[in-house]
Design a protein around this ligand. Structure first.
Ligand code: PLP
Length: 399
């Protein structure tokens, strides 16, 4: 169980153990129903997610990656089309673009919230641009008003990759409901995680929802009659049943993560070499000078005004050459896990070398990839574990 001398990055086993009885009831319900793929359990779960995300339609699918792929297919993205996305995100965001023969157009990020830079989007729109995938990285919303404004001006689609941000709010509105469609992942380490893979698409566009539902089952609106080539993107009933149990606890998980994030913030920001900013939407501000000079210390993650951050990751930047590695070593000597999300920008990945654009003049994302470190803030982390970790972080800052 929880152990002060061993702090993992997440503890999905403990989270599920706490719900053992509720989960066993759910397993048993699915077992007796005989409906194991799609079916009533899925329809009910879809309605619950639609309500939670302030969306009219929800379509359960096999993974977050498949939710992205299916969204692009339902929007009619084809070979040769350009799709804009950040270079600093999980691979799936861009991988799905390439899988359709379309071209990922990589954009830089803002230095403090790690989300896509609107200035850079404006530079990289061409007459071939068909869509923007806005990622709500680490659990807080991208700059959606601006992204929607640009998209409207150029008549292009907006897909929200909210794989890390289910339950996150932007100016009081649910992410996923702000663009043409939004996607979620229920991979075990997301804020709402199942015991396997599954995902969801949400939308307020009925025509899009119908198309996605048909493509989810091999493009057949009537079984064995195929208008289009779709795929098997179906979600299993067992995941819907597990996730319905856990959805009842999601606000508690978010709150615990927020309390943990706040504890780190409040303890560390008294140090001279710790910085943070809430004004990271322009590239010329005070934060840039903090970021670009050679000083040592931490840059803490900041929450944009109007955002509810759900801290799927609590990601700091460790300034100074070799400092991130030193901190990781110190944490690991004390049995505290940490992770680098993400160590190599997508525009620099070998697989995108020849079939992407936009990679030149990317600066903030590369600097971030050299400095970021994600620290444990998972809901089951105890007060003692948190303060043990803060002690270690403080000892690092004092050396
Ligand atoms: C996890 C994740 C995905 C993919 O979700 P899977 O369910 O693992 O396929 C896509 N985008 C982002 C930003 C993610 O974090």
């Amino acid at each position: 169980m929880s152990n002060i001398s061993n702090i993992p990055l997440v503890d999905v086993k403990q989270q599920n153990e706490e719900l053992r009885e509720e989960l066993q009831d759910a397993f048993s319900r699915v077992l007796s129903s005989g409906a194991y793929v799609l079916g009533n359990e899925v329809t009910t779960f879809e309605a619950e997610i639609a309500q939670y995300t302030q969306s009219q339609h929800a379509i359960g699918v096999s993974s977050g990656t498949d939710a992205l792929l299916l969204s692009l297919m339902a929007l009619g993205i084809q070979a040769g089309d350009e799709v804009i996305c950040p270079t600093f995100t999980f691979f799936a965001t861009a991988g799905v673009i390439s899988r359709l023969g379309a071209v990922p157009v990589f954009c830089d990020i803002y230095p403090c919230c790690y989300n896509i830079s609107v200035d850079d989007i404006e530079h990289k729109i061409t007459e071939k641009t068909k869509a923007i995938i806005a990622v709500h990285l680490f659990g807080q919303s991208a700059n959606m008003d601006e992204i929607n404004r640009i998209a409207k001006q150029h008549n292009i689609y907006v897909i929200e990759d909210a794989a890390q941000a289910l339950g996150c709010r932007y100016k009081g509105r649910a992410v996923g409901s702000l663009g043409d469609c939004g996607i979620f992942s229920f991979y075990p380490t997301k804020n709402l995680g199942t015991m396997g893979d599954s995902g969801m698409i949400v939308t307020n566009n009925e025509e899009f929802a119908d198309k996605a539902r048909i493509l989810r089952v091999h493009g057949a609106s009537q079984q064995y009659f195929h208008e289009e080539v779709g795929g098997n993107f179906r979600i299993d009933a067992i995941h819907a049943a597990i996730l319905r149990v856990k959805l009842r606890h999601i606000e508690r998980y978010h709150s615990a993560r927020q309390i943990n994030a706040k504890a780190i913030h409040e303890s560390l920001r008294q140090y001279d070499n710790v910085h943070w900013s809430t004004t990271y939407y322009r590239s010329t501000n005070r934060t840039d000078s903090i970021l670009l000079d050679d000083q040592q210390g931490f840059l803490l993650p900041s929450t944009l005004p109007g955002n509810k951050h759900i801290y799927n990751q609590f990601t700091i930047r460790v300034k100074g050459k070799g400092q991130r590695d030193s901190l990781r070593r110190l944490l690991s000597q004390n049995n505290i896990a940490s992770a680098i999300y993400y160590p190599l920008c997508l525009h620099l990945q070998p697989c995108f070398r020849t079939n992407s654009t936009g990679g030149d003049n990317i600066k903030n994302a590369i600097a971030a990839s050299e400095e970021v470190l994600s620290l444990p803030v998972y809901p089951e982390m105890t007060f003692e574990q948190m303060h043990h970790m803060i002690d270690i972080l403080e000892s690092f800052l004092k050396t």
